[in-house]
Design a protein around this ligand. Structure first.
Ligand code: MF3
Ligand code: CO
Ligand code: CO
Length: 265
C-alpha cells in the first residue's frame, strides 16, 4: 500500500469527518460519570452519530485480518485497559480513568480521535499519566512538517515519555487515514530521529500514543479485542487526526470542546 496525498476536496471532507468525531466526544462528556455503564456510553454515541450526525460509527463490525468483527460503535478503555476496550456491563466508579475512542465515517471519509475522562476524584498518579500522555501526543504533533520524518515524531514521544518514568506501548501505532480507517503509513510512538517515512504536504495520519504507568508489555483479552497492561498498571491514550500542511500541521479533529494545546518548552 502507498501513502495517499490528499487533494483540496479530500481535505475538505476530512475536516468535516474530523470535526464530527470530536463533536461526539463533546456530546458524551457529560454522561461520563459514576454509575454509567460503558454499554450506555456506546449506545448514546451510536445514536448520536447515526441519528444526529447522519454518519457511520466506523468500529461497528470492523473486521481487519485476524479479528472477529468489532461488536460495538466506540472503544471504552478503562484503567489498565490500553485500547480497543469493548463496551459492556462494566459500571464506571469514582476514581476510574477511561479513554473514549471515536471514529466516524462521513461522505466516505474517516475522522478518528480519543480523549481521557476522569470519573469523580482520581489518583494523583492517574492525573499525571493522563497529563503526560496528552503532552506526549502534542510533542509528537509539533514535529509534523514537510521534510520531517515519522522517526522524529516517534523519538520525540518516546524520549519525553521515558524521561517522565512511563513506558510506550509498541504493538499499536497511529496510522494513515482517509477513505480507509487504517492505511499506510504506520505511525510508531517510538523511534530514531531522521529515520522512516519523510512527511509531505497532503498526508493525513493519526498520532495516538498509548502510555503505561508501569511496564510496556501488553496482554490480549479473550474477547479478541480488549488489550490490557500485563502488569495491570494504568494506561492512558489521546488521539488526533493530522494533516501535513506546507508550513507544518493542521489538527483535523477539532470542535468546540477540544482541549487546548499545552504550553510546551
Ligand atoms: N479507533 C482505533 C484507532 O485509533 C481503532 C479501533 S478499531 C476497533 O485506530 F475496531 F476496535 F474499533
Ligand atoms: Co486511530
Ligand atoms: Co481511534
Amino acid at each position: 500500500m502507498s501513502i495517499s496525498i490528499n487533494n483540496a476536496d479530500d481535505i475538505a471532507k476530512m475536516r468535516i469527518a474530523g470535526k464530527l468525531a470530536s463533536e461526539v466526544l463533546d456530546y458524551i462528556t457529560s454522561f461520563v460519570v459514576k454509575g454509567v455503564t460503558t454499554d450506555k456510553l456506546d449506545s448514546l454515541c451510536h445514536d448520536y452519530i447515526v441519528n444526529v450526525q447522519e454518519a457511520i460509527p466506523a468500529p461497528l463490525n470492523y473486521a481487519p485480518d485476524g479479528h472477529t468483527p468489532y461488536p460495538k460503535s466506540i472503544c471504552t478503555s478503562v484503567n489498565h485497559q490500553i485500547c480497543h476496550g469493548v463496551p459492556g456491563e462494566k459500571v464506571l466508579k469514582n476514581g476510574d480513568v477511561v479513554n473514549l475512542d471515536i471514529t466516524v465515517i462521513k461522505d466516505g471519509y474517516h475522522g478518528d480521535t480519543s480523549r481521557m475522562f476522569h470519573v469523580g476524584e482520581v489518583s494523583i498518579q492517574a492525573k499525571r499519566l493522563s497529563e503526560i500522555t496528552y503532552r506526549a501526543m502534542w510533542i509528537g504533533i509539533k514535529q509534523v512538517k514537510p521534510g520531517a520524518t515519522l522517526g522524529d515524531v516517534g523519538h520525540a514521544i518516546q524520549t519525553f515519555t521515558e524521561k517522565n518514568g512511563f513506558s510506550v506501548v509498541r504493538e499499536f501505532c497511529g496510522h494513515g487515514i482517509g477513505k480507509n480507517f487504517h492505511e499506510d503509513p504506520q505511525v510508531l510512538h517510538y523511534g530514531k530521529p531522521n529515520s522512516g517515512v519523510k512527511l509531505k504536504d497532503g498526508m493525513i495520519f493519526t498520532i495516538e500514543p498509548m502510555i503505561n504507568a508501569g511496564k510496556r508489555d501488553i496482554k490480549h483479552m479473550p474477547d479478541g479485542w480488549t488489550v490490557v497492561t500485563k502488569d495491570r498498571s494504568l494506561s492512558a491514550q489521546w488521539e488526533h487526526t493530522l494533516l501535513v500542511t506546507s508550513t507544518g500541521f493542521e489538527v483535523l479533529t477539532v470542535s468546540a470542546g477540544t482541549p487546548a494545546a499545552p504550553e510546551l518548552p
